[in-house]
Design a binder for this molecule. Structure first.
Ligand code: ADP
Ligand code: MG
Ligand code: MG
Ligand code: MG
Length: 399
C-alpha cells in the first residue's frame, strides 16, 4: 500500500507525465496544459496538442478538499471514480467520458476531454434548452441502477461490489452536509441574512421535520439498494445539443436508488428558481424546465418498469405487487432527496450559484424561502408524489 499523499502535479509536471508515463501524444508534440478545475475537491488538467488537436483530461485527487483542509478525503476516491466511469460506460454506453488510464500512485485518472460540452448548470443559467436531456438522464439512471441491484445481480456478487465501494469518507460528507447539519443550527451552516428567520422558525424549529430527516439519514446509511453516482447535480452533467455525459462519480456507493434522480430534480428546481426570480418573460424556458422534470420522472418510471421486467433474476421479485412496491419506495426516496437537497444548498456550507448569483437580496431571500418551503413539503409528504405531474404541480404551487 502506498503512502498518502501523492503531491498535486504542476501543469508542467502533467505535460511530462502524459508524454512519458502514458504516451498518448507524440514524443515531440508541443503540449499545452492548464488546470481548469472548478469543483470543491480535485484538480483537473486539460492537456492539448495545438498541431494534432488531440487533447485529454487528467483529474488528480489530493488528500484534502480544495475548499478547506477541514475535509480530509482519501485519494482512493480517484480509484472509485475510475472504476465507476468504466462500469457506467458498460452499463450506459455513451453517457460517460472514456477512461484512458488510471494511476494509483499519483491518484489520477486520464480521460476523454469533453471541452466541446458545457456544464449543465452553466448552460441552464444561460437559458439553453436540451430537448433530449430527460430521455438521456432517465436512460442513464435506469441502466446504472437496476443492473447493479439485487434485482439483477447474484447477491454474493452484489455484496462484493458493496465492499469495493463503501466510500466511507465521501459518504460522511453527504451524511453531514445533506442529512444532518442543515436541520439544526450547526456552526458550519451559512444562511443568507434575509432567509435566517424563516430557517430558524420553519426548519430548525420543526420537530416533525427533524424526525423525518433522521429516518432518511438512516435510510441513506443502511439501504444498499443500488450503485449510485452520489453527486449528480447539474455541475456533474456535461451537455451539447445532441449528447449528455455524466462526470465526477467519486461519491459513488451502494445507497437508496432514488438518491441520484432526486438530486438532479432539485438542481433543475434551482435553475427554475433562478429564472423566476431574476428575469421577466422567460415562461417558455421555465416551462421547458418543468417539462424536463416531468419527463425525467415519467420516463424513469417507464424505463424502470421495463428494465425490471426484462432483467430481474431474483425469483421473489416477480411476485405480484412487488414491482409496484419497489418503485413506489424508490420514488418516495427520490422526492425526499429533492427536499433535502433544496434545503441543504441554502442552509449548509455548499451553495449553488443559481441562488447565490441572485443579486437583489430581497429576491434572493424570496427565492430561497420558496425552495425551502418546497423542500419541507417534499420531505414531510414524500409518499404523495409518484408522478412527474404531481411533482411539477408542487413546484408550480410555490414558484
Ligand atoms: P470535482 O470532483 O473537483 O468537482 P469535476 O470532475 O466535477 O471535479 O470537474 C471539475 C471541472 O473540470 C468541471 O466542471 C469541468 O469544467 C472540468 N472537467 C472535468 N472533467 C472534464 C472532462 N472530461 N472534459 C472537460 N472538462 C472536464
Ligand atoms: Mg464536480
Ligand atoms: Mg465539484
Ligand atoms: Mg467531485
Amino acid at each position: 500500500k502506498q503512502e498518502w499523499p501523492a503531491a498535486i502535479m504542476t501543469e508542467t509536471e502533467v505535460v511530462t507525465y502524459v508524454k512519458e508515463a502514458f504516451g498518448f501524444f507524440n514524443k515531440d508534440a508541443r503540449l499545452v496544459c492548464k488546470e481548469i478545475g472548478d469543483g470543491n475537491l480535485n484538480y483537473v488538467f486539460r492537456v492539448h496538442d495545438e498541431e494534432s488537436k488531440q487533447s485529454l483530461i487528467v483529474k488528480q485527487a489530493g488528500p484534502v478538499s480544495r475548499l478547506s483542509d477541514e475535509f480530509v478525503v482519501s485519494p482512493d476516491r480517484n480509484r472509485i471514480e475510475t472504476d465507476i466511469l468504466r462500469l457506467q460506460g458498460k452499463l450506459a454506453p455513451g453517457f460517460v467520458p472514456k477512461v484512458y488510464h488510471y494511476d494509483r500512485d499519483k491518484n489520477c485518472v486520464v480521460m476523454e476531454d469533453l471541452s466541446d460540452f458545457t456544464i449543465l448548470r452553466t448552460a441552464l443559467l444561460n437559458r439553453q434548452q436540451f430537448p433530449q436531456l430527460a430521455e438521456h438522464l432517465s436512460t442513464f439512471l435506469v441502466e446504472t441502477l437496476v443492473s447493479t441491484s439485487d434485482l439483477v445481480l447474484d447477491h454474493k456478487a452484489k455484496k462484493e461490489l458493496v465492499k469495493s465501494y463503501t466510500n466511507p469518507e465521501l459518504c460522511e460528507i453527504t451524511e453531514d452536509l445533506v442529512y444532518t447539519e442543515p436541520f439544526f443550527p450547526h456552526p458550519r451552516n451559512d444562511v443568507f441574512q434575509g432567509t435566517k428567520s424563516f430557517v430558524e422558525k420553519e426548519i430548525w424549529g420543526d420537530r416533525q421535520l427533524a424526525l423525518e430527516t433522521a429516518k432518511l439519514k438512516f435510510q441513506f446509511l443502511t439501504n444498499a439498494q443500488a450503485l449510485l453516482h452520489g453527486d449528480l447535480h447539474t455541475g456533474s452533467i456535461f451537455v451539447t445539443s445532441l449528447e449528455t455525459k455524466v462526470i465526477d462519480p467519486e461519491f459513488a456507493f451502494y445507497g437508496p436508488a432514488g438518491y441520484d434522480i432526486g438530486n438532479i430534480i432539485a438542481n433543475f428546481i434551482f435553475a427554475y428558481t433562478n429564472s423566476v426570480y431574476t428575469s421577466e418573460g422567460e415562461e417558455a424556458f421555465q416551462d421547458y424546465l418543468l417539462h424536463t422534470i416531468e419527463t425525467l420522472v415519467d420516463q424513469f418510471r417507464k424505463k424502470f418498469i421495463t428494465a425490471f421486467q426484462e432483467k430481474t433474476t431474483e425469483r421473489v421479485a416477480h411476485y405480484e405487487g412487488f414491482l409496484e412496491h419497489y418503485l413506489q419506495s424508490v420514488l418516495e426516496d427520490a422526492v425526499a432527496v429533492v427536499g433535502l437537497e433544496l434545503c441543504r444548498r441554502i442552509i449548509g456550507i455548499a451553495k449553488v450559484v443559481d441562488l447565490t448569483s441572485i443579486a437583489d437580496s430581497q429576491a434572493r431571500s424570496e427565492a430561497e424561502i420558496a425552495c425551502l418551503t418546497l423542500g419541507k413539503t417534499f420531505i414531510l409528504n414524500r409518499s404523495d408524489y409518484q408522478t412527474g405531474h404531481g411533482i411539477v404541480e408542487a413546484i408550480r404551487g410555490v414558484g
